[in-house]
Design a protein around this ligand. Structure first.
Ligand SMILES: O=C1C=c2cc(C(=O)O)[nH]c2=CC1=O
Length: 513
C-alpha cells in the first residue's frame, strides 16, 4: 500500500508521498531520486470518469479515485526507472542504471527439477516470513488513520507474502457505511470487471519483483499451474510442491510440507465489516484445502478441460457491456469463469479461473482469503498466461478496453487499488514479453471440433465426393463417346477400302480368260 516513509502524520497531512532516494544533503534533498535525474514529485492523476451503476455509495469509500483520499502527490519516474522513490527499474530492466534488458520465463511447476522445486518452496517460505522492506499497511479507514489521539498513524509492518494476501483482501473488502449499518458488498476493485486481468497481472508482478529483490536474483520467475487438466485431482498438491493432503484431516495440508505451518491473514471478516476496521498483520488458523471435496456442489469437483482454454482463446471481444460478471461474449468474463468456455453467459456456470478456485474448496476458494493458499500464485500465473496469449492472438489494442462505465475501479485509467506508486489498468494491457520482460513456456491445446462443425465438415465432404463421382462419371461417358467418335472414321475407311477392293475385283464379265 504505502511506503514506510509516507506513513507519518506529516506526510498524511500534506498529502505528499515522495520519498528520498539517497538524501546525502539531508531529508527532502533527493525526493524521487531527483538529484540523479531519476524522477520528480508530481500531482497524482486519478480517474474521474463515470463508473457503472453497481456502486451507488460515492463519497463513502477510501478506494474511490485511488489514491486521492490519502495522497495527492507521488513520484513520477523518468525513462527506465520505477518504484515509490524511483530507486528501482521498470519491469524487464535491471542493473544499477536500469539499462540491462532481462527476460524471465515462467515455467510449468511440474517441469521444475527436484532442486528447483525445493528452492522455489523455500523462497516462498522466506517471503512469508520476511518483513516487507518498503511497504506498510493501513489498519484503519482514512477517517481513523491518525489514531484516537490524531497523532498515531495506524499502519503495520507486513511480510512480503502477507502483503500479497492483504492487497487482494483490501481490493475486495466491503464498503463500510457506518456503525450499525450493513456494509455494502456489491463492490470489487479486482474481480467481475475488465480490471480482473490487469489487476491480477500487476499483483503477480509485484510479488515477483519483491521476491527478486529479497533473493537478489533478477532472473527469479514465478511458475504456473496448468489447472486445465479436466481431472479431479490436484497434481501440484504433493509434498515437494504445494503440499499433499494430511493423513489426519482431509481439509489440512500434510505436515511434510512447510505450508502446513503457514497461518492465514484476514480471517476475521465479520469484525472488519461490523467495526469498520481493516485486516491487519495478525495471522489466524491454518490453510484449509480439500480439492474436489465439495460434495454439495458436484460441478466444482472437477477442474476445467484443456478444451475450455482453447475455446476461451477464440472469444473475440475483450469485454462487453455492462463489463460485469454478467457480460456475454466477453473474453474477460469467460476466462474469469462466469461464462461457459465459448463465451455464453450463464449464471449457473463456473468455469476456468473461478472453477479452479472453487475446486480447491477451502481457503483458496474464498475471495477475501484465497491468496493465503500459495496455489493462488500459480492459478493466477496460468490465468495471466491465457490473457497474454489472447492479447497476442488478437493483436489487441488498448482502444478495446472501456474508458468509462465499467464497475468502480475497472475503468481503463483507474489506478489499481491499493498499489503504490499509482499504476493504471492501461499499463498492464500490453503483451508481456515485449513490455514487461517475461514470457510463458506453455503448449496451448488446439481446439477439438464441435458437433455442428463435424456435421458441416461431413456434409461438405459428402458433397465434394458426390461432385467427384459425378465428374468422374461424366468423364467416362465423354471418353467413351470420344473413343466411339475416334473409331468411327477408321471403320468407314476400312469399309471404304474393302468396298474399293471389292470394286476393284473384276466382275466375271470383265475377266479376261
Ligand atoms: O478467490 C476467489 C474465490 C472465488 C470464488 C468464486 C466463485 O465463482 O464463486 N470466484 C472466486 C474468485 C476468487 O478470486
Amino acid at each position: 500500500q504505502f511506503p514506510r516513509q509516507c506513513a507519518t502524520v506529516d506526510a498524511l497531512r500534506s498529502g505528499e508521498c515522495c520519498p528520498d532516494l539517497s538524501p546525502v544533503f539531508g531529508p527532502g534533498t533527493d525526493r524521487c531520486g531527483s538529484s540523479s535525474g531519476r524522477g520528480q514529485c508530481v500531482a497524482v492523476i486519478a480517474d474521474s470518469r463515470p463508473h457503472g451503476p453497481q456502486y451507488m455509495h460515492d463519497g463513502q469509500d477510501d478506494r474511490e479515485q485511488w489514491p486521492l483520499r490519502f495522497f495527492n502527490r507521488t513520484c513520477s519516474c523518468n525513462g527506465n526507472f520505477s518504484g515509490y522513490n524511483c530507486g528501482s527499474c521498470r519491469p524487464g530492466l535491471s542493473g544499477a542504471a536500469c539499462n540491462q534488458q532481462i527476460r524471465t520465463v515462467r515455467r510449468n511447476l511440474l517441469d521444475l527439477s527436484a532442486e528447483e522445486r525445493n528452492n522455489f518452496v523455500n523462497a516462498l517460505h522466506q517471503a512469508k516470513t520476511t518483513v516487507h522492506p518498503n511497504i506498510v499497511i493501513a489498519t484503519r479507514r482514512h477517517e481513523e488513520i491518525l489514531g484516537p489521539d490524531g497523532n498515531t498513524p495506524q499502519f503495520e509492518n507486513v511480510s512480503i507474502y502477507n502483503y500479497f494476501v492483504w492487497s487482494h483482501y483490501y481490493s475486495v473488502r466491503k464498503t463500510f457505511l457506518g456503525a450499525g449499518q450493513q456494509s455494502f458488498g456489491g463492490v470489487d476493485f479486482s474481480h467481475e470487471g475488465p480490471a480482473f486481468l490487469t489487476w491480477h497481472r500487476y499483483h503477480l508482478l509485484q510479488l515477483e519483483k519483491d521476491m527478486q529483490e529479497m533473493l537478489q536474483d533478477p532472473s527469479f520467475a514465478l511458475p504456473y499451474w496448468n489447472f486445465a487438466t479436466g481431472g479431479n485431482t490436484c497434481d501440484i498438491c504433493t509434498d515437494d510442491l504445494m503440499g499433499a493432503r494430511s493423513n489426519f484431516d482431509v481439509s489440512l495440508i500434510s505436515q511434510n510440507s512447510i505450508f502446513s505451518q503457514w497461518r492465514v491473514l484476514c480471517e476475521y471478516l465479520e469484525d472488519y465489516d461490523t467495526l469498520g476496521t481493516i485486516c491487519n498483520s495478525t495471522e489466524g488458523g491454518p490453510i484449509r484445502r480439500n480439492p474436489a471435496g465439495n460434495v454439495a456442489r458436484p460441478m466444482v469437483q472437477r477442474l476445467p478441460e484443456p478444451q475450455d482454454v482453447a475455446l476461451c482463446l477464440e472469444v473475440g471481444l475483450f469485454d462487453t457491456p455492462p463489463f460485469y460478471s454478467n457480460s456475454n461474449d466477453s473474453f474477460r468474463n469467460t476466462v474469469e469463469g462466469y461464462s461457459d468456455p465459448s463465451g455464453k453467459y450463464d449464471p449457473a456456470v463456473r468455469s476456468l479461473h473461478n472453477l479452479a478456485h472453487l475446486f480447491l474448496n477451502g481457503t483458496g476458494g474464498q475471495t477475501h482469503l484465497s491468496p493465503n493458499d500459495p496455489i493462488f500464485v500459480f492459478l493466477h500465473t496460468f490465468t495471466d498466461a491465457v490473457f497474454d496469449e489472447w492479447l497476442r492472438r488478437h493483436n489487441a489494442d488498448i482502444s478495446i478496453y472501456p474508458l468509462e462505465n465499467a464497475p468502480i475501479g475497472h475503468n481503463r485509467q483507474y489506478n489499481m487499488v491499493p498499489f503504490w506508486p499509482p499504476v493504471t489498468n492501461n499499463e498492464m494491457f500490453v503483451p508481456a514479453p515485449e513490455n514487461l520482460g517475461y514470457s510463458y513456456d506453455v503448449q496451448w491445446p488446439s481446439r477439438a471440433l464441435q458437433v455442428t462443425e463435424i456435421i458441416t465438415i461431413a456434409i461438405v465432404t459428402a458433397l465434394i465426393l458426390v461432385a467427384i463421382i459425378f465428374a468422374g462419371a461424366t468423364c467416362i461417358v465423354h471418353a467413351r463417346k470420344n473413343k466411339d467418335e475416334l473409331h468411327q472414321p477408321l471403320l468407314t475407311d476400312q469399309y471404304e477400302r474393302y468396298s474399293d477392293d471389292y470394286d476393284s475385283i473384276p466382275t466375271p464379265s470383265q475377266s479376261v480368260v
